[in-house]
Write a protein that binds this ligand. Structure first.
Ligand code: 5GP
Length: 182
């Protein structure tokens, strides 16, 4: 089954080892930056699940984990710019240090919307942590506090990232063959 999915990839761009080493590096930075604090980690469903799970395993702070789900691309690969909250957080984040964990930043519209929405709950701080970033695709200025890897504008899948809900379970990240989604 995994081999069948692998055949749908043009190439693997990040191996499991490269990803896990980077996740450890990000966790080390967070451990340092948030020393003696108790952050609330908000993982954005569903793409950030694998990343946030591996990340928090390496964070040595007392923390809380919560989830938010927003609508993204549906089964298409084009950003609609329309963001809708499908699942809100259950944690009271007022006066708390929040770390938003995302899989990938493309146009930046999703995270902008989410962080503006969360600011209304008066957190002490909000930091943005994304495993991947597509800097050439940004449509707005967005400050990313922790970023794993910069990638090009190709459509990538694996390690939580899907196409039409598939490929999330690949432990590595690859570029999907164009013929699969066009
Ligand atoms: P943005 O609002 O920044 O344009 O879009 C962010 C969301 O789009 C991500 O959370 C992710 O769900 C989706 N997305 C953007 N680029 C890719 C990609 O290359 N692969 C996958 N699987 N999803 C992507």
């Amino acid at each position: 089954m995994k081999n069948r999915m692998k055949n749908d990839l043009e190439k693997i761009i990040l191996t499991e080892n490269e990803i896990l080493n980077k996740v450890q590096e990000i966790a080390d930075k967070i451990n340092h930056d948030y020393k003696d604090r108790e952050p609330v980690i908000i993982s954005i469903l569903r793409g950030a699940t694998l990343f946030s799970a591996d990340l928090i395993k390496n964070i040595e702070l007392k923390l809380e984990l919560d989830f938010m789900a927003v609508s993204s691309y549906g089964d298409s690969t084009e950003s609609s710019g329309v963001v809708k909250i499908k699942k809100d957080i259950d944690t009271d984040i007022s006066n708390r240090d929040v770390i938003l964990v995302e899989d990938i930043i493309d146009t930046g519209l999703t995270l902008k919307y989410i962080s503006e929405y969360l600011k209304k709950h008066n957190p002490k701080s909000i930091a943005i942590c994304s495993l991947l970033d597509k800097p050439k695709a940004h449509k707005i200025d967005i400050k990313i506090d922790y970023v794993g890897f910069e990638v090009g504008n190709e459509f990538v899948v694996g390690y939580g990232l899907d196409f039409a809900q598939h490929y999330r379970n690949l432990p590595y990240i690859g570029i999907l063959k164009k013929e699969i989604y066009s």
